[in-house]
Design a protein around this ligand. Structure first.
Ligand code: DC
Length: 220
């Protein structure tokens, strides 16, 4: 069994790296942030206050989230293209504070990790979701590098982007994700830290692959 947990704040390159690692090692890629984003999207669409635990609980009772060929499905609708906006980033961060929301996402995540070898990315995977993961990596990068990456990601996706807004949003989300009561952004005690500020994508992928090989003996 191989479970690779990649945690860290937004914009550190977790998604890009995790996807590449999945291909190299033949693992299933699981993006837990996408589940919080899908729930944030549904709340916004239905005018549900993301901090209203009762209303959100009612919503969860009638919500299904699936991954189909790498796409995120919310109640059967492919929402992959709708959840990568600044607005939904913040909605996801807000709704992720609720214990009932975390319990639901954790349940889906643990189920997926029990059925196949995975690389799973998020904020609390190594510390909380799969504490016995064979490999745990905590990726960081300076806030301006992360803002620049997110900015370029949005532009590449043909979306509008303003650097200063993104920088401020990253700072606000970092603060909120690290200070919430339930399962905040946190490195597992036995996680390997990787500062990716000065790494190219290829160097970053190689660094993660080397950690996996060193920990498990498995090579790509
Ligand atoms: O990784 P991301 O930017 O797509 O995540 C969106 C939000 O979801 C993030 O701001 C906090 C929340 N999240 C979380 O609380 N726990 C996770 N394991 C993944 C994401």
């Amino acid at each position: 069994m191989l479970r690779v947990a990649i945690d860290g704040p937004g914009g550190t390159g977790k998604s890009t790296i995790a996807k590449a690692i999945a291909v190299r090692f033949g693992l299933e890629y699981i993006d837990t942030g996408a589940m919080y984003r899908a729930l944030g999207l549904k709340a916004r669409r239905n005018g549900i206050d993301e901090s209203d635990a009762d209303a959100v609980k009612k919503m969860l009772d009638v919500t299904s989230i699936d991954f189909v060929s790498g796409h995120t499905h919310l109640d059967g609708e492919d929402v992959s293209g709708l959840i990568r906006t600044n607005e939904i980033s913040m909605a996801a961060s807000n709704i992720s504070k609720l214990a009932i929301v975390r319990a639901k996402v954790d349940e889906v995540s643990r189920y997926l990790a029990s059925t196949k070898d995975v690389v799973m990315e998020g904020r609390d995977i190594g510390a909380t979701v799969i504490p016995d993961a064979e490999v745990k990596i905590f990726m960081t990068a300076s806030p301006d590098v992360r803002a620049k990456r997110r900015y370029e990601q949005l532009l590449a996706a043909g979306k509008e982007a303003d650097y200063d807004t993104i920088f401020n949003e990253i700072q606000a989300r970092d603060y909120q994700d690290s200070h919430r009561e339930v399962s905040p952004l946190r490195a597992a005690d036995d996680a390997v830290f990787l500062d990716t500020s000065d790494m190219s994508i290829e160097e970053n992928i190689d660094a993660v692959a080397d950690i996996i090989t060193a920990k498990t003996g498995r090579s790509a």
